[in-house]
Write a protein of this length. Structure first.
Length: 442
């Protein structure tokens, strides 16, 4: 049964929905890191590199799938707010058909391009076989990865973020257990990590389908599975810009990684460690983006735009406050935190200089992430696409590149590229919000 998040205490609904969402993101990040950690316990650099490069590719693909699925989350939530059960079923039915097609086409395409992908990633010669084997298994398992993320999107659109958290927790435990079995017990190296991931995702999908059946969550008829141009168009209008923006963001991260790699092994290691830490800190604004998009979508569906705006500012206050705490705290705790990952003092020093500037992006991003969630809910997801792409082109990538040239002995200026890019995004968001608000579009 769907949960109407427009009723009752708004602050309570935000906390109830965002909490499980935050934990879900944490678990996904955790078991992604577990693959790398466990393969490193039993194998050498080639296997580690294979899992590292392969997981980067899979993360990019998964993020884009989740971005496309955001269209379904928003439209389902909007229909929940409007209490239109027929449209809820039609949206879910069209979502199933759309992503079934996407899953098959994506698997076939990626399997055909596996060798060029390995080449484009500048994979070390020693790790080519491991990376290729890892990606072949993961690409073949794309339907399960798509299915899990689509099912999670359907639950969240219905106002339920707790069930996807449970499903991902089950997948996380199983994935780690299978990692030890396949990698440690059977000596399968990188491909063992791939099989563990896909089997865990497949099991999670089976569990979630059983849960949907037992809970009688939705009732889908054959007519709901027929493509409806209006319904499909609504999903794609929201989902495609988010999918593309997330793809560009991931590409920018890869470019920045390449820039760091070109500056030497110590800088490469420092940037890699900091990126892992930042990925955890960004779980808060990411979960708040999804929370705001879901609750605001329900509010808009119910015809309550003031509630949608209130959700934006409540969520923004929470996310920015936490981001500010992170930014201040890491000015003092950066060294011991980075020291947990390495005892190389050169790497620690470089990492500290990088994270002390980079971490301010957690505060700035909390603003534009929340705005993005609101714009997506309001059917203006193209604004989110624009501010992300403009930031990447004008500051994040060129800023990091120029800093690497003019400040070769420190990473502090390179770290500033992210929050400065975030400021550009925030300005675009505020201007767009004021224009739309003046026209009473939101």
């Amino acid at each position: 049964m769907e949960k109407n998040l427009t009723q009752g205490s708004l602050l309570k609904n935000i906390m109830i929905f965002s909490g499980p969402f935050l934990l879900s993101y944490f678990l996904q990040t955790l078991y992604g890191m577990a693959d790398l950690f466990i393969v490193g316990q039993y194998n050498g650099a080639a296997s580690i590199s294979g899992v590292s490069i392969g997981s980067q590719v899979m993360h990019m693909i998964t993020v884009m799938i989740v971005g496309l699925a955001m269209g379904s989350v928003v439209m389902i939530a909007r229909n929940v707010g409007a209490k239109d059960r027929a449209k809820i079923s039609k949206t879910i039915g069209n979502t199933i058909v759309l992503f079934a097609i996407v899953a098959v086409l994506l698997a076939v395409l990626l399997l055909a391009l596996v060798n060029p992908i390995v080449s484009v990633m500048s994979t070390p010669v020693e790790a080519v076989d491991e990376t290729t084997a890892y990606l072949i298994v993961c690409f073949a398992g794309i339907p399960f990865i798509v299915a899990y993320n689509v099912i999670a999107a359907i639950f969240r659109g219905l106002g339920d973020s707790k069930s996807p958290m449970i499903f991902i927790a089950i997948a996380c435990v199983l994935n780690i257990a299978l990692d030890y079995l396949f990698i440690g017990g059977f000596g399968m190296k990188a491909v063992g990590a791939a099989w563990a991931t896909i089997i865990a995702q497949a099991f999670s999908v089976i569990i979630s389908i059983i849960a949907i059946y037992k809970m009688k969550l939705v009732s889908i008829s054959k007519t709901d599975l027929r493509i409806d141009k209006s319904t499909l168009g609504s999903i794609l209008r929201v989902g495609v810009p988010v999918c593309l923006q997330d793809g560009f963001i991931q590409v920018s991260f890869l470019i920045i990684t390449i820039i760091a790699n070109s500056r030497g092994v110590e800088i490469s290691a420092a940037v890699g460690i900091v990126e892992k830490i930042i990925s955890f800190l960004f779980l808060v604004p990411s979960s708040m983006l999804s929370t705001i998009s879901t609750i605001s979508s329900q509010a808009i569906g119910a015809g309550d735009k003031p509630l949608a705006r209130k959700t934006l500012f409540y969520g923004m206050t929470i996310a920015v406050s936490i981001g500010l705490v992170f930014a201040i705290a890491f000015q003092f705790i950066a060294s011991p935190v980075i020291g947990m990952f390495t005892d190389d003092m050169v790497v620690v020093a470089l990492g500290v200089s990088y994270i002390k500037s980079y971490v301010f992006d957690c505060t700035v991003a909390s603003f534009h992430f929340c705005f993005s969630g609101f714009f997506v809910a309001s059917n203006y997801s193209y604004i989110s696409f624009i501010h992300n792409v403009v930031s990447i082109i004008l500051m994040r990538v060129p800023g990091a590149y120029l800093a690497s040239i003019y400040y070769p002995d420190t990473l502090f200026p390179m770290g500033l590229a992210a929050p400065l890019g975030g400021v550009i995004q925030l300005i675009i968001c505020v201007v767009a919000y004021m224009i739309l608000r003046k026209k009473e579009k939101i």
